[in-house]
Design a protein around this ligand. Structure first.
Ligand code: AMP
Ligand code: ZN
Length: 110
């Protein structure tokens, strides 16, 4: 499959990984929109929450809890923002579901 995040998960494209397990990989966004900008990507390819089955939903729940437990070690102890862009009009450019993790500074909200 011609998916850039599948290739990153498979190690076919380099990335700056900060965490991985059997379900997710977390790596640095190549074009950071905050001082710290990470992407949490399920190993399994699917594009949208609407496609997720119950097992994938549980995996995403575990991913959120993992992000929370890793946050202090990732430099996000003061707070962070999670974003999931869904669809072109929301700004989704990579059709492999991913959670943006933003922080490392005070984030605006306008
Ligand atoms: P989205 O617009 O929500 O689909 O987010 C895609 C994100 O992937 C953007 O923030 C890009 O900067 C990031 N991105 C694209 N290619 C790479 C790459 N090779 N390594 C790391 N991040 C990437
Ligand atoms: Zn993929």
């Amino acid at each position: 499959m011609d998916c850039i995040f599948c290739k990153i998960v498979a190690g076919e494209i380099p990335s700056a990984r900060v965490y991985e397990d059997d379900e997710i990989v977390i790596f640095k966004d190549i074009a950071p929109k905050a001082k710290i900008h990470l992407l949490c990507v399920p190993r399994e390819h699917f594009a949208h929450l609407a496609e997720a089955d119950a097992g994938q939903g549980e995996m995403l729940g575990r991913a959120l809890l993992k992000i929370a437990s890793l946050a202090p070690a990732l430099g996000l102890g003061e707070g962070y923002r999670l974003v999931v862009n869904q669809g072109e009009s929301a700004g989704q450019t990579v059709p492999h579901l991913h959670i943006h993790i933003l922080g490392g500074e005070r984030l605006g909200w306008d």
